[in-house]
Ligand binder design. Structure first.
Ligand code: ADP
Ligand code: MG
Length: 263
């Protein structure tokens, strides 16, 4: 029996995090974080600077190694393997394989500067997934069409605006057919007039059913696009709920204080 590229097993949460803890030296950055995301949902993570949001995303893709706790992606332990009821860290190539199932979009675009827009998008599918070049280029052109940049296919990142680069970064993440996409403040480095075009591409992606975890300060986006909002502060999840619940009747004082400052 063959397995299709990426459909999730719908009976399980796509991402499950249990009792996650991460510290740097004696500074505990994440403590007892429990979290689940179902396939097809958009989760926005909000919270003050330094609350551990980036560290949390980096633990999900094992760019940071948690001190303890479990992370399950589509029913498989991320970074670890379960043997005789103990978790052992997986070898680096296995971790890389799992990481390739998640798309990532960061604040700074991290496009390959020496590659054209088109080649930035086909690089992963061709080099990592061994997709035929012609097929990868065809898919890349479709994705560029979707993010409104088909006419930029043969330009280089340095010739694009920040908003255009970030839209290419999103197309590049999606080209790998990820199970979900992690976004870490994708619009924070952009000039204000370029934020909207990136958020609109993200909203399209959400509408198409992509599972997304988005760390953002864009409260309007969180309110309109998220299925679930997570408020983090001081290394933990303080409160989580629908956008309606979090933005109109937060139960925790910490959440109320934060929202008063940012709204
Ligand atoms: P956020 O993304 O919510 O702003 P971060 O996850 O970046 O928060 O950081 C959470 C805390 O962890 C901060 O106090 C930060 O200084 C600390 N931190 C993050 N990365 C490192 C690191 N590599 N080494 C030491 N401390 C770190
Ligand atoms: Mg951060």
């Amino acid at each position: 029996m063959t397995h299709a590229a990426s459909p999730a097993r719908s009976d399980l949460p796509l991402v499950k995090v249990k009792s996650l803890r991460k510290s740097y030296g004696d500074h505990v950055v994440l403590d007892n974080v429990n979290f689940e995301v179902e396939s097809g949902k958009v989760v926005c993570i909000i919270g003050p600077s330094g609350s551990g949001k980036s560290t949390f995303l980096r633990c999900l893709n094992h760019l940071e190694k948690p001190d303890s706790g479990e992370i399950w992606i589509d029913g498989q332990p991320m970074g670890f393997q379960l043997k005789n009821q103990r978790l052992y860290e997986l070898p680096e190539h296995k971790i890389a394989q799992q990481r390739a199932r998640m798309g990532m979009v960061f604040q700074h675009f991290n496009l390959f500067p020496h590659l054209s827009v088109l080649d930035n998008i086909t690089e992963g599918p061709v080099q990592v997934q061994r997709v035929a070049k012609a097929q990868a280029r065809q898919r890349a052109m479709q994705l560029l069409e979707r993010v409104g940049l088909a006419d930029k296919a043969h330009q280089y990142p340095s010739q694009l605006s920040g908003g255009q680069r970030q839209r290419v970064a999103i197309a590049r993440a999606v080209a790998m057919n990820p199970l979900f996409v992690l976004f870490d403040e994708p619009t924070s480095a952009l000039d204000p007039e370029l934020v909207g075009e990136v958020l609109s591409v993200m909203a399209d992606l959400a509408r198409e059913g992509m599972t997304m975890l988005v760390v953002t300060h864009e409260m309007t986006f969180a309110r309109e696009v998220a299925d679930q909002v997570v408020f983090m502060a001081d290394g933990g999840i303080v409160e989580t709920g629908t956008p309606e619940a979090i933005f109109t009747r937060p139960t925790q004082q910490r959440t109320q204080q934060f929202l008063q400052r940012v709204l």
